[in-house]
Design a protein around this ligand. Structure first.
Ligand SMILES: NC(=O)c1ccc[n+]([C@@H]2O[C@H](COP(=O)([O-])OP(=O)(O)OC[C@H]3O[C@@H](n4cnc5c(N)ncnc54)[C@H](OP(=O)(O)O)[C@@H]3O)[C@@H](O)[C@H]2O)c1
Length: 296
């Protein structure tokens, strides 16, 4: 019998939020409250306090975030409000309600100079406002909730929902004969549905159901490694779109925010703690492309 009955999911219209929504029918033992900007604007503390006064829950899954990595460089205050301060206030709300907390963070907390997959113990050194605000959110959660919370860092999320690299490539592949794509940033694409399924498995696991556990950070991405160039090439191979992909260097595609050159995540800890099997990124990409094709 699982004690997690009512689950608040923020960022419900985002990729991960919608992926969780698509799985909820398989979990009739849990009642989900999905919120996005209209129901609960996280940029303002008073909204969070007010929401807490009218809603009770046993778990918060915080999928909401300011995810516009480049725009964050010119909107640091708003990014900080959502990625950092809101996490603190949500954690305080969870504490008051004796609720647990699952928070999603990012590979962009690392500087990307390493040559082996990052573990949860590796030093953090964000290169961007987005990465810094996400790191501050992690730190605020660890401080406010030393027990009963999980931080899951993920990377290169894509899905059939919202905007992402796979959908952008699909669109551009129809419009153009050739594209330039960066080959010197290496990481692992993650299908949001796989992450959502992993979260559901964790929520319904015995170890998560324990009365009190120490708050820990975990890494989750799909298995394998690729560059954005390889990712684009594979999308075109699997969809049959005739579009050449030219490999370019990061210096040839300047962006306001710096990105890590290498941000592969080591997932041993989450796999062992929750007995999770993680799909290979190309297999998951194929799954997502099939879903997208069905939607067309
Ligand atoms: N996308 C990636 O490649 C990636 C990589 C690593 C980690 N992550 C992390 O994974 C998590 C999920 O990412 P995602 O790709 O699902 O993000 P997403 O698609 O951008 O969704 C984020 C959601 O947060 C909502 N939001 C923004 N500002 C808000 C506010 N003030 N109050 C309430 N909600 C607000 C957005 O609403 P609107 O749509 O109305 O703006 C959106 O629905 C985030 O924590 C992100 O940092 C993402």
């Amino acid at each position: 019998m699982n004690n997690i009955k009512t689950v608040l999911v923020t960022g419900a219209n985002g990729q991960l939020g919608q992926s969780l929504k698509s799985l909820q029918a398989a979990y009739p033992g849990q009642h989900f409250i999905f919120t996005d900007l209209e129901q609960l604007d996280l940029s303002d503390k008073k909204n969070i306090i007010e929401f807490s006064q009218h809603n009770a829950f046993d778990l918060i899954i915080n999928c909401a975030a300011y995810t516009a990595v480049d725009k964050a460089e010119s909107e640091p205050e708003l990014a900080n409000n959502i990625n950092h301060l809101a996490v603190k206030y949500l954690a305080e709300m969870a504490q008051q309600q004796n609720a647990k907390f699952i928070h999603i963070s990012t590979d962009y907390v690392f500087n990307g100079q390493q040559h082996r997959p990052y573990t949860e113990k590796d030093e953090v050194q964000p290169q961007s406002v987005y990465g810094l605000t996400k790191l501050k959110g992690e730190q605020a959660l660890l401080q406010s909730m030393p027990q009963n919370a999980l931080i899951i860092r993920t990377s290169w999320l894509y899905s059939e929902f919202a905007n992402n690299f796979v959908k952008t490539m699909g669109k551009l592949g129809h419009e153009r004969d050739a594209l330039n794509v960066i080959f010197d940033q290496v990481g692992t694409p993650t299908y949001a549905r796989d992450l959502a399924q992993a979260i559901m498995n964790i929520v319904t696991s015995n170890s998560f159901d324990q009365a009190n556990f120490i708050t820990e950070t975990y890494h989750y991405s799909n298995e394998g490694v690729c560059s954005w160039y390889d990712f684009a090439k594979t999308i075109f191979e699997l969809t049959g779109l005739q579009c050449d992909v030219n490999p370019i260097e990061t210096v040839d595609y300047p962006t306001p925010a710096a990105r890590p050159h290498y941000s592969v995540l080591n997932k041993t800890k989450i796999k062992q703690a929750f007995d999770i099997t993680i799909p290979y990124w190309k297999d998951s990409l194929q799954q997502c492309l099939m879903v997208l094709q069905e939607k067309e």
